[in-house]
Design a binder for this molecule. Structure first.
Ligand SMILES: [Zn+2]
Ligand SMILES: [Zn+2]
Length: 321
């Protein structure tokens, strides 16, 4: 696989200033301890306005699919991640590609949405324990895309709703919001592999929140987490840890699941708004703080698996402007 991060500067007037190539080995061995304990279930926590701890979701199109039965790890109003079935397998994606270029005030992100790490085997095989709950019948495939983001995004006058894909991570994988096509808590209900990913109807492999397969060296070392990706409004998405290496909760973040303080941003120390992942719903963005850009090539629209439990989401809807 290839991950390129390049920086093209106008100041020098010519071409490439920096080139960083990350190979698949950068993503290979990621130590992580499975979260022990239970989390509040996010079902019913979609909201029609920005709200802390909720997902300000754009209206869901009709006809969504997803998990067909609730697993035993869902216990009333809570769920226990460590008890959830995990899709097995170790499928490599050597053709995975991600390139991030900075040109003037724009960050151009191109890739094919395949992961820089191995995945489980999809469609979910009948022999898998998770098959009884979510028979995700989709096959992972490349989804070429190009995203042009501002390098210095500013908060919009009003926050806007999220629906489906909300950003792209440095493993090349697209990050979706917290819910499935029926508006339920996706990480709680949907069967995923050990990287917390799975494909939707058009074959797009994606996460719905934290993935132990996206490196966060600073977070692991007890500091503020590293940047793990970019939201479609241009703001950064960082890992689970805030200042001082303390794991963040919704109470530390605003309605859109972010906050402002100094972070490393394009090689400088800058006070800027940024999102964080948390263990609890809505896991990543609760809304867009900035103005989301269109993302040609990526199916928009909410998650849809098209399993026997439902016809699946239609996709094709771009994020709102
Ligand atoms: Zn922070
Ligand atoms: Zn999904």
């Amino acid at each position: 696989m290839t991950v390129l991060m390049t920086e093209t500067g106008r100041a020098r007037g010519r071409g490439l200033l920096a080139l960083l190539v990350l190979t698949a080995t950068s993503f290979a061995a990621v130590a992580h301890e499975p979260f022990q304990g239970s989390l509040p279930l996010g079902d019913g926590k979609r909201s029609s306005a920005p709200k802390v701890g909720a997902l300000y979701g754009c209206p869901l199109p009709p006809g969504g699919g997803g998990a067909q039965a609730a697993g035993p790890w869902i216990k009333g109003a809570t769920w226990v991640p460590a008890e959830k079935a995990v899709v097995g397998g170790d499928v490599a994606w050597p053709e995975a590609k991600l390139e991030i270029k900075r040109v003037g005030g724009e960050r151009i992100v191109t890739g094919n949405a395949l992961p820089a790490h191995a995945t489980g085997i999809f469609p979910v095989r009948p022999s898998e324990p998770g098959y009884a709950y979510d028979r995700n019948p989709n096959r992972i495939g490349p989804r070429p895309f190009e995203i042009v983001l501002p390098t210095e995004p500013r908060p919009a006058a009003q926050a806007s709703c999220v629906g489906g894909p909300v950003g792209v991570t440095l493993s090349g994988v697209v990050l979706f919001d917290a819910v499935d096509a029926l508006g339920r808590d996706a990480p709680a209900h949907e069967i995923q592999d050990r990287c917390n990913g799975h494909p939707q109807r058009q074959g797009l492999y994606h996460y719905h929140g934290f993935s132990p397969c996206v490196p966060d060296a600073a977070g692991a070392a007890g500091r503020h987490s590293d940047l793990i990706g970019y939201a479609f409004d241009g703001f950064g998405i960082f890992g689970l840890k805030g200042e001082g290496g303390r794991e963040l909760t919704n109470a530390d973040l605003d309605e859109c699941h972010g906050h402002s303080h100094s972070v490393d941003w394009d090689g400088r120390r800058v006070e800027i708004y940024h999102y964080h992942l948390t263990r609890e719903f809505p896991y990543s963005l609760g809304c867009y703080r900035g103005t989301p850009r269109r993302v040609p090539g990526l199916a928009g629209g909410p998650d849809g698996h098209g399993g026997p439990g439902g016809p699946g989401g239609p996709g094709g809807r771009p994020p709102p402007r």
